[in-house]
Design a protein around this ligand. Structure first.
Ligand SMILES: Cc1cc2nc3c(=O)[nH]c(=O)nc-3n(C[C@H](O)[C@H](O)[C@H](O)COP(=O)(O)OP(=O)(O)OC[C@H]3O[C@@H](n4cnc5c(N)ncnc54)[C@H](O)[C@@H]3O)c2cc1C
Ligand code: FES
Length: 255
């Protein structure tokens, strides 16, 4: 069930120039948070940012009552969030949206940039079921692939960078582990061209694929219609009926 609550920032970590993590604490129940779900954060302290900002739930520790967010600094809202300190309060609506499936036996998780964020909670959920996913993370260079060590215990981890500074040189779709027919489910979050290329390959090989869309959002609960995507089953609110969609329902979007 959706909740709105003031969380306390228990930990803040800067990860190079572009990323930071916030670990948020709150007495509410975190056990039901599904991988791929997101929060809507109120940005205080600036009049320029009226709307809440949608951010994926990167990690959950139900015992400690914490969730962690991985945030890329891209504009005024995320710049303001980056000024928060440990002990500050943050008003959050959570958990929102429809998450990733966790029923695969041999999944490939592919993340790019800030799209890496929801894949850690997903990889951990698979581990709890005795499944070790293959995790392929990509970016223009090594500095743009944050928190990579956090994934190590949870699967077979590999990287693709365009400049060759980490892992294989090239795009994730050119990586030697990107043989879609070796997997029973491909799950991806990241830049739209990357997700479209991955979904196209998966559809061609008739392998199940889920993509997590990052459309512009406002309300986050299906009321304002500003996040609508034209799916093969009609217009859907990404915030409520996504952000995770089965690629077979997105052939128009994939193009
Ligand atoms: C479901 C979902 C999950 C997301 N998860 C993460 C995450 O885990 N980590 C992360 O760093 N980013 C995530 N994003 C993207 C994040 O919401 C935007 O980067 C953020 O809202 C930008 O706010 P800003 O004020 O800093 O940027 P602005 O100055 O407003 O704009 C900078 C850029 O961000 C885009 N943007 C602005 N507002 C929104 C909005 N409300 N929704 C989507 N895009 C927007 C604009 O198109 C523009 O390209 C997610 C987006 C969605 C929809
Ligand atoms: S953000 Fe308002 S309907 Fe999706």
């Amino acid at each position: 069930m959706k909740q709105i609550a003031d969380f306390t920032i228990a930990k803040r970590e800067q990860l190079g120039e572009h990323y930071f993590t916030l670990t948020l604490q709150h007495p509410g129940n975190m056990e039901t948070i599904l991988p791929g779900q997101f929060v809507e954060i109120e940005v205080k302290g600036t009049r320029e940012v009226m709307l809440r900002r949608p951010i994926s739930i990167h990690d959950v520790d139900a015992e400690k009552g914490t969730m962690t967010l991985l945030i890329q600094i891209v504009g005024k809202g995320t710049r303001q969030l980056a000024t928060l300190k440990e002990g500050d309060k943050l008003n959050v609506i959570y958990p929102l949206g429809h998450g990733f499936a966790t029923d695969a036996k041999n999944p490939l998780l592919v993340g790019g940039g800030a799209g890496i964020a929801p894949l850690l909670h997903l990889a951990k959920c698979y581990n709890e079921k005795g499944v070790r996913p293959t995790i392929l993370l990509g970016g223009r260079n090594a500095n743009l692939i944050p928190v990579r060590d956090a994934f190590k215990p949870f699967g077979t981890l590999a990287f693709a960078t365009e400049d060759g500074s980490l892992g294989e040189k090239g795009l994730v779709t050119q990586h030697s582990l990107f043989q879609v027919s070796n997997y029973d489910l491909i799950q991806t979050c990241g830049p739209t061209p990357m997700m479209k290329a991955i979904a196209r390959e998966a559809l061609k090989a008739d392998v199940r694929c889920e993509v997590s869309l990052e459309n512009m959002m406002a309300c986050g609960i299906g009321a304002c219609l500003c996040c609508v995507c034209d799916t093969d089953e009609g217009h859907k609110c990404v915030c409520k009926e996504g952000p995770v969609f089965d690629a077979r329902k997105l052939t128009k979007w994939i193009g």
